[in-house]
Ligand binder design. Structure first.
Ligand SMILES: *[C@@H]1O[C@H](CO)[C@@H](O)[C@H](O)[C@H]1NC(C)=O
Ligand SMILES: *[C@@H]1O[C@H](CO)[C@@H](O)[C@H](O)[C@H]1NC(C)=O
Ligand SMILES: *[C@@H]1O[C@H](CO)[C@@H](O)[C@H](O)[C@H]1NC(C)=O
Ligand SMILES: *[C@@H]1O[C@H](CO)[C@@H](O)[C@H](O)[C@H]1NC(C)=O
Ligand SMILES: *[C@@H]1O[C@H](CO)[C@@H](O)[C@H](O)[C@H]1NC(C)=O
Ligand SMILES: *[C@@H]1O[C@H](CO)[C@@H](O)[C@H](O)[C@H]1NC(C)=O
Ligand SMILES: *[C@@H]1O[C@H](CO)[C@@H](O)[C@H](O)[C@H]1NC(C)=O
Length: 481
């Protein structure tokens, strides 16, 4: 039973460290401590540094207008924008991609190049979505590479693409993605897996020869790798035997209930099982369902990606020109629509941040210093990211947390207070900010809500407090020392 409603998010009580092992059950039902239905505890260990923050989750696919400088610099800079992925998807004729003719190829490539140039302006990296340049837009029924065993058209496509990349200067900071979601056989790859593997095996050495040193990323599957995934049971042995192991592994976290933490571990097990290198990096180059694009879920994804030192790019669920705008559902502007198909929405400006954007802004601008170790709640529904640093002589501690589409109450246990020079017991004041999702994806939310400060006593160098997020809210907590 939940005695505290969702609107109590951000209020908390104070306990000594022993509280972490209290039975919050029926033993003393009238005591205030028992008036909470705690779903679990997430832990921060200030004594275990995890390296400098690199805002690994500050990427998104598409989301950048093809008109340079349409979105002002500050929006890119404040969120620590560092990765994007594009290839002109969903643009109408005459920009539908290679299979519709050379003009359609050139116009689609021009969109990708414009997005690449924008990314480089901010020193962000770029994944070229080659399937989109080919013309594979969702369920469109088109010719696929190698149909009828004839690779002539695909070979010509690759030659033309390599030339266009070199001519456009699309080299530095580019990862070459051979195909998007090849395991979705009725959507982006509408043929069988053998035809895909043959394409992969043919493309790989040609990319290496034409674009030396450019990382090749794949397979960017919609399903997640594991020893029980039958698609990967073909893919991993093939690339090993074929000498075409991707330089960067990638897949998507966009099926209901996927868990980055589980899937990264499953991939490591699969790589070991099939004998592939386990040290090549992974990029989750689409994360979060539309329903998971809100402040709380963003904090949840950020926490997990950071824990596994894994780069992540937000999925983008918009259509038409809206796919090429709004940073994948982080911004709004006057007249914003989710399926823009006209010049009345594709080139207008006047951008503002939504409630979720503010999470990324805080994550990048405010969470500086060193990352520290955190552990999610055991139910995997609540997670936390934390940093420590110094402001002059004063230590700083900042935490960002949220739940995955679940309202409830979780404890936050902060250990290792002595590691930042605090006495073993005493009182700490915590400043709280709430990130809410007012008016959804196009809501105009200038800043998080300042929820003020609360003092907490602690002992044994450990502090426990609690937070009650609802389905969409995230919270930041800062020690005031
Ligand atoms: C640009 O990005 C690269 C790799 O992403 C990084 O090594 C480098 O330090 C960055 N440079 C600047 C000026 O931020
Ligand atoms: C293969 O496809 C090309 C066009 O892409 C065509 O010109 C050629 O005739 C085809 N080859 C065969 C053997 O059908
Ligand atoms: C895959 O499709 C190709 C072309 O239709 C066909 O020749 C081949 O037998 C198929 N392979 C498998 C394993 O089904
Ligand atoms: C890799 O696979 C492709 C496609 O089947 C094949 O043409 C190529 O010869 C293979 N390369 C090696 C080194 O086995
Ligand atoms: C904006 O939309 C119009 C169609 O309404 C199109 O002609 C134009 O190319 C688009 N511009 C950009 C930069 O996407
Ligand atoms: C985050 O840091 C910026 C830059 O120092 C500061 O202006 C802003 O007030 C901080 N935001 C919060 C929520 O503390
Ligand atoms: C979550 O809490 C925020 C802040 O109080 C509120 O604006 C929002 O409506 C709540 N959402 C739900 C689903 O209850």
């Amino acid at each position: 039973m939940h005695y505290f409603t969702a609107s109590f998010g951000g209020h908390f009580l104070t306990f000594t460290a022993a509280a972490a092992s209290y039975a919050y059950g029926d033993s003393t039902p009238n005591h205030v401590v028992q008036d909470r239905d705690i779903q679990g505890t997430a832990t921060i260990n200030l004594a275990v540094p995890q390296g400098t923050p690199e805002h690994l989750a500050s990427g998104f696919i598409y989301g950048i207008p093809d008109t340079p400088d349409q979105i002002p610099d500050d929006f890119y800079i404040d969120m620590g924008f560092r990765y994007t992925r594009a290839g002109g998807s969903q643009l109408p004729a005459p920009a539908r991609g290679w299979v519709y003719g050379l003009d359609d190829f050139q116009n689609r490539f021009a969109s990708a190049l414009a997005n690449y140039n924008t990314a480089r302006k901010y020193n962000a990296s770029f994944i070229l979505l080659v399937a989109d340049v080919w013309g594979a837009d969702g369920t469109a029924q088109i010719e696929m590479p190698g149909d009828d065993g004839n690779w002539t058209n695909y070979d010509l496509f690759l030659d033309t693409l390599f030339d266009s990349m070199k001519a456009g200067g699309m080299i530095d900071g580019v990862d070459f993605e051979i195909w998007n979601e090849p395991d979705l056989s009725d959507v982006f790859w509408q043929r069988n897996q053998s035809q895909y593997l043959e394409m992969w095996g043919r493309a790989f050495p040609r990319i290496q020869a034409a674009l030396p040193g450019m990382p090749i990323i794949g397979p960017c599957s919609s399903s997640q790798p594991s020893t029980t995934n039958s698609w990967y049971a073909e893919f991993y042995p093939f690339v090993l035997a074929n000498g075409s192991v991707p330089d960067i592994y990638c897949w998507h976290e966009e099926t209901s209930g996927d868990d980055v933490a589980v899937d990264i571990e499953n991939n490591q097990a699969a790589l070991a099982y099939y004998g592939l290198p386990t040290t090549n990096p992974t990029i989750i180059n689409e994360y979060a369902l539309p329903s998971e694009q809100n402040p709380g879920s963003a904090a949840w994804f950020i926490s997990r990606l950071e824990r596994y030192d894994t780069l992540g790019l937000r999925g983008n669920w918009a259509s038409g020109y809206a796919l090429h705008d709004y940073f994948a559902q982080l911004l709004g502007k006057p007249g914003a629509v989710e399926d823009c198909t006209s010049s009345s929405c594709n080139i207008t400006t006047g951008y503002w941040p939504n409630g979720e954007y503010n999470v990324y802004k805080y994550y990048n601008l405010n969470m500086t210093g060193q990352r520290v170790q955190t552990v999610s709640s055991p139910d995997s529904l609540f997670d936390i990211y934390a940093t420590t640093g110094v402001n002059g002589e004063t230590p700083t501690v900042k935490m960002l947390c949220g739940s995955r589409l679940t309202s409830g109450t979780w404890d936050i246990l902060v250990t290792g207070l002595d590691a930042i020079g605090l006495p073993a017991e005493g009182s700490i004041t915590i400043q709280s900010y709430q990130f809410n999702y007012v008016d959804g994806r196009f809501g105009n939310v200038p800043a998080p809500v300042n929820q003020g400060t609360y003092a907490h006593t602690y002992s044994n160098s450990e502090l426990v407090f609690y937070v009650s997020p609802n389905e969409t809210t995230a919270y930041a907590f800062e020690f005031v020392l």
